[in-house]
Design a protein around this ligand. Structure first.
Ligand code: SF4
Length: 319
């Protein structure tokens, strides 16, 4: 499946891979068999933007398991939507490789999830989780974002209380609570999304929020992981940038910036010096935009109009 049927307002992938295109289970099974024959790999992972939204996910999973059951090949599913899990998928998931469960609530509070337009129902989620623990899963990974529009301290508290509830739920089937890996990224309001007019919170503001979360997270079963805030800052500048950034990119490279997506190679210093020598203020690129601004990416037609995005943006303002 290419594209995604959901409409999460922060998500650039949906617009980048727009429109939604669905592959037939016959084709996918044939590709899986061919790949197995040619590589000998022993695990098949179904990849996509929102795999559990694939309309024939149950049929596909069953057929793949049947095809490979005598070959020692396991099937793994990435982030699963709780709603799908509550349906018939749970019996399939109980049989797939237990590499750990991944869910993306994105925000701890329902209020912020509505702003994100995240299709996430807590009742479905906790039912799904209960089934997963019964099926033998022990670890859960949760993805959250911070720096969201209108975010308050209570919303940060909600990340920890939500994750604690996830961990404690396992006590229903075991004496031990679950280990919960909490991955937290700073929101980057990306082009071609209704969030493109919002500002991004800078590294200092994000650090304050990270420190607060570390302070209130006392539970040993909760493992907090933060994406490097300076990397997020540079990513935001590059993704919201225009042609004036070209000399900065070249200068950063000359200053030693290479393989920046690898945290051990990332040099914030190389970028800071490049900005300083260019006279460009990087903060300008993460600032709020006005509805009347011409945005650097407006000329790219990806299938949805700016008016549609603006309509969604206004809904957030009115919330
Ligand atoms: S965040 Fe995931 S589910 Fe939401 S629109 Fe993007 S790809 Fe789809």
């Amino acid at each position: 499946m290419r594209g995604c049927p959901n409409r999460c307002r922060f998500c650039q992938a949906r617009s980048q891979y727009y429109p939604l295109r669905i592959r037939k289970p016959d084709n996918l099974c044939a590709i899986a068999e061919e790949t197995y024959k040619n590589t000998g790999y022993d695990e098949i992972s179904l990849a996509g933007l929102s795999v559990s939204d694939y309309p024939k996910i149950e049929e596909l999973s069953s057929r793949l398991m049947e095809l490979f059951k005598d070959k020692g090949v396991s099937l793994s599913l990435p982030s699963i939507k709780a709603k799908s899990y509550v349906g018939n998928l749970s019996s399939i998931i109980a049989r797939v490789k237990k590499t750990g469960l991944t869910f993306a609530p994105e925000a701890g509070s329902e209020r912020l999830r509505q702003i994100l337009a995240k299709d996430f129902n807590e009742d479905d989620f906790f039912s799904a989780l209960r089934e997963s623990f019964k099926a033998g899963y022990q670890r859960v990974k949760l993805y959250f974002m911070i720096g969201l529009p209108t975010e308050k301290v209570e919303d940060l508290d909600a990340i920890i209380s939500f994750s604690t509830k996830v961990s404690e739920l396992r006590r229903e089937v075991s004496s031990r609570p679950a280990v919960v890996n909490i991955s937290i990224n700073a929101l980057i309001p990306k082009p071609h999304t209704p969030f493109q007019w919002f500002k991004m919170e800078g590294p200092d503001a994000i650090k304050e929020k990270q420190d607060y979360l570390k302070k209130i997270c006392k539970n040993r079963r909760l493992e907090l992981n933060f994406h490097n805030r300076q990397m997020s800052f540079i990513e935001a500048i590059l993704s919201r940038g225009d042609r004036k950034l070209s000399p900065v990119v070249l200068q950063a490279f000359k200053n030693g910036a290479k393989f920046d997506a690898w945290s051990n190679h990332f040099s914030f210093d190389a970028w800071s010096k490049a900005f300083a020598s260019s006279g460009i203020n990087p903060e300008d690129y993460i600032s709020e935009k006005s509805e009347n601004d011409r945005l650097a990416w407006d000329f790219i037609d990806f299938g949805l109009s700016k008016e549609e995005l603006l309509g969604e943006f206004k809904k957030i303002i009115d919330m």
